[in-house]
Design a protein around this ligand. Structure first.
Ligand code: 13P
Ligand code: SF4
Length: 302
C-alpha cells in the first residue's frame, strides 16, 4: 500500500489535519499540513476547523492541542513519545518550588504537563519566552522547567530576575562549549545557530540563538553558506533538504537526536488516522485551568 497517498485520502475523508514538529522524521512532512515549532503548531491547533488533529510530535504538544480543542479528537500516533524535560517537574514539585518564592508570577515552558500548566500564570515557547516574561512587567519571575531557557531570557532582558527550576533538555544540555570550538576549527566560516535549551556557556559562543523555526528562518534570510546547527537533527535534515546549495554541520559531526521525537512513523500516522487512536484525554478541571495559561500566551503572541 502507498501509505502516503492513503493518509492523504483519509485526511480528506475524515476532515483531519496533521501537525508536525520540525524534529519529526523528515518524511512526515510529505503528509503534514503544518510543520513548525511549538508556538506555530499551537497557533495552528487553536485555529483549525478539522474534526481530527493528528499531532506528529511529543505528548505535551498533543496535550496542548487537546486543551485548545476539547471537543475534537486529538491523536498522538505513538503514545509513548514523551519529553524528558517535561517529565522533570510534576505538580508536587511545582508546588514546592512556588512555595519557596511566594507571590512571584510563574512562567511555564510549553514543554510541561497539563497539570503543571494548570497551576502556572502563563505559558511560553522558546520563540516567545522573552516577550512573555516581559509582558508580566515583574521584577522577578519563576521559570520552569528549563533552567537554560530561563537563564537565556534573563540575559536577553537584563532587567528581570528569572528564578529557574532545575530542569533541562538532555539532548541540548549535553552540548559542550568545547565542541563548538572544535567544530569551528574544521569549519571556520560556518555560523553557529543554537537552540536556547543549550547551556548559557554554549549559547554565548553561538552566532544566533532561537527556536527551531527561528533557526530555519535565520538560514532562509542569511546570505552565508555554511552553518553549524546546534539542535535536534530534524532541523538539520530539513535545512539540508531545503537548501542544497548551503552546507550544514552537526556539532562535532555527531547528530543530536531526540529519540522520543523519532517514535512517530508514517505507518503510525496511517494507523492513527484509520483507527482514530490513540486519543489524548485531559481531565476537564485540569484542562480548563491549563487553557487559561495557554490562552494568555497566545494572546501575548498575536
Ligand atoms: P521549539 O519551541 O523550538 O519548537 O522547541 C521545542 C522543543 O522541544 C525543543 O527541544
Ligand atoms: Fe523534550 Fe528535549 Fe526532546 Fe525537545 S528535544 S522534546 S525538550 S527531550
Amino acid at each position: 500500500m502507498n501509505y502516503i497517498e492513503e493518509i492523504k485520502r483519509l485526511k480528506k475523508e475524515k476532515n483531519a489535519v496533521i501537525l508536525a514538529h520540525c524534529y519529526q522524521n523528515v518524511e512526515i512532512d510529505d503528509v503534514a499540513d503544518y510543520v513548525g515549532d511549538s508556538l506555530y503548531l499551537s497557533q495552528m491547533a487553536a485555529k483549525t476547523n478539522a474534526d481530527i488533529i493528528i499531532f506528529a510530535g511529543v505528548y505535551f504538544m498533543a496535550q496542548t492541542a487537546k486543551i485548545l480543542n476539547p471537543t475534537k479528537k486529538v491523536i498522538l500516533p505513538n503514545l509513548t513519545a514523551g519529553c524528558a524535560m517535561a517529565d522533570m517537574i510534576n505538580l508536587q514539585q511545582l508546588r514546592e518550588f512556588k512555595s519557596k518564592y511566594p507571590d512571584i508570577p510563574t512562567v511555564c515552558y510549553i514543554n510541561s504537563t497539563a497539570e503543571v500548566k494548570s497551576e502556572c500564570d502563563i505559558c511560553c515557547t522558546s520563540s516567545n519566552a522573552i516577550k512573555i516574561v516581559e509582558s508580566l512587567k515583574a521584577e522577578k519571575v519563576l521559570f520552569l522547567p528549563d533552567k537554560n531557557l530561563g537563564r537565556w531570557v534573563e540575559k536577553q532582558l537584563g532587567n528581570v530576575e528569572v528564578i529557574t527550576y532545575d530542569g533541562y533538555c538532555p539532548i541540548h544540555n549535553k552540548l559542550e562549549p568545547s565542541a563548538i570550538k572544535e567544530t569551528k576549527l574544521k569549519h571556520p566560516n560556518a555560523l553557529v545557530l543554537a537552540h536556547p535549551e543549550c547551556t548559557e556557556e554554549f549559547s554565548k559562543l553561538a552566532d544566533y540563538v532561537g527556536s527551531t523555526t527561528g533557526i530555519m528562518n535565520f538560514v532562509k534570510n542569511s546570505t552565508e553558506k555554511q552553518f553549524i546547527i546546534a539542535t535536534e537533527k530534524g532541523v538539520l535534515d530539513r535545512l539540508k533538504r531545503d537548501y542544497p546549495n548551503k552546507d550544514f554541520y552537526d556539532i562535532n559531526d555527531k547528530p543530536s537526536i531526540c529519540q522520543s521525537m523519532k517514535l512517530n512513523t508514517i505507518l503510525d500516522i496511517y494507523n492513527a488516522l484509520k483507527n482514530e487512536t490513540p486519543e489524548i484525554k485531559v481531565e476537564e478541571k485540569i484542562a480548563q485551568k491549563a487553557l487559561k495559561c495557554i490562552e494568555k500566551m497566545l494572546e501575548v503572541s498575536k
